[in-house]
Design a protein around this ligand. Sequence first.
Ligand code: SF4
Length: 239
Amino acid sequence: MGHAIFEQRSGILGVAVVTACGVIRPEQLAGLGELPKKVSVLGMKLTTRQTLIFLINEADLTVFQQEIQKIGLQIGVFGNIVRNVKGCAGSDQWCRRSFGDAFGLGVRIQEQFMNQPAPKDFKISTAGCPRGCTDPYCADFGVIAVGADRFDIYLGGRGGSKVPRHGQRILEQISGEQVMKVLDFVLQKYRQLGEENERLCRVIDRCGIDSFIPAPDVYIDEHSQPEELDDFSAFLAGQ
Ligand code: SF4
């Protein structure tokens, strides 16, 4: 694992910068605009994983890293780790088609899980509706909002491959808090069962999807359950 800093054939460095699921705040945008005055920015590209690749001279790397940190962005990560989250615009603010705040959940997941170790690169996508603009069906761990704070989970997808695969839906209509617990469980299982450089879909082929589906007590907090029961009790009490 390490930072996503690559020497290109030309000798120029390509440095990936991670955003909050593709969103750049106005002051960050202004800071990025100032960068060429401080370092040699020879080009910039948006990637499909919502990072920004900057081409810079190697001598400018330290200053570049400092300036990126100053505006609240960070250098990307690479290798056998959890990558930055590819999150769609799904939220009240960004996309009117969204059923729930998949964007906010994606940012939260990225903050908590990015850069954690895994047997192979581990890619997460979040989407605010089943259209899946961020390809959650082809992610190792795909999250799709289906209602207000209700998400379906897809596991074991694979994109960017000659043999792309859709993941399998393992859970439906769980809360964002529960998604965090399920992801933690899946990653722990993946580290236990996966061999070095074995992508999650291959581990699922070998060990079965059931190994990766947590028991309800792993992600359902017993103190958060009674709401429905209480409603039902109130209904009965009113009879
Ligand atoms: S997946 Fe749905 S909510 Fe997300 S950007 Fe696409 S249309 Fe909007």
